[in-house]
Design a protein around this ligand. Structure first.
Ligand SMILES: [Zn+2]
Ligand SMILES: [Zn+2]
Length: 150
């Protein structure tokens, strides 16, 4: 029942309702972190989220932001992804899972979906017994390739 409820609510991104359903108070910091993620660019680092939050609540510190992000990730409202060796990025969870193409040169991040992967998902699960949740592909984006061509 709980799982089902959570899923339905996460789909419509009713963060406030989800927090309350799970017994969390809707503090101004939580509301603001959620708003920053929803309105900002996708793939914000915790430091970037913190900077935006501090424009309105200067006293909020990075550990509060981390705790809030972890709570929202735990509730399935926010997705945490690693687009490099160490840096963690956060974005609002979408209804359809997506993967990331990361350009080594300009750092741009493009979303692709399962259908763009062709038979890769199926091959990984049949040949490796591995079910991918999220793929991150590093390379060079079209713009950078166009720029480097004469
Ligand atoms: Zn690029
Ligand atoms: Zn993404």
């Amino acid at each position: 029942m709980r799982e089902c409820n959570r899923f339905a609510i996460a789909m419509t991104h009713h963060a406030a309702q989800t927090l309350q359903d799970f017994g969390y108070r809707l503090t101004p910091q939580r509301t603001l972190v959620w708003d920053v993620l929803r309105r900002g660019t996708p793939h914000m680092s915790a430091e970037e989220v913190c900077g935006k939050v501090q424009e309105q609540f200067p006293h909020v510190n990075i550990s509060t932001v981390y705790r809030t992000l972890e709570l929202l990730v735990g509730l399935g409202l926010v997705r945490e992804t690693r687009l490099g060796p160490t840096q963690r990025y956060f974005e609002v969870e979408e209804e359809v899972p997506h993967h990331h193409l990361v350009c080594d040169q300009c750092g741009s991040v493009t979303h692709v979906h399962d259908e763009d992967l062709g038979g890769l998902n199926a091959a990984l699960s049949s040949e490796q017994g591995f079910v991918p949740r999220e793929l991150t592909v590093f390379g060079r984006c079209r713009d950078c390739r166009d720029r480097s061509e004469p």
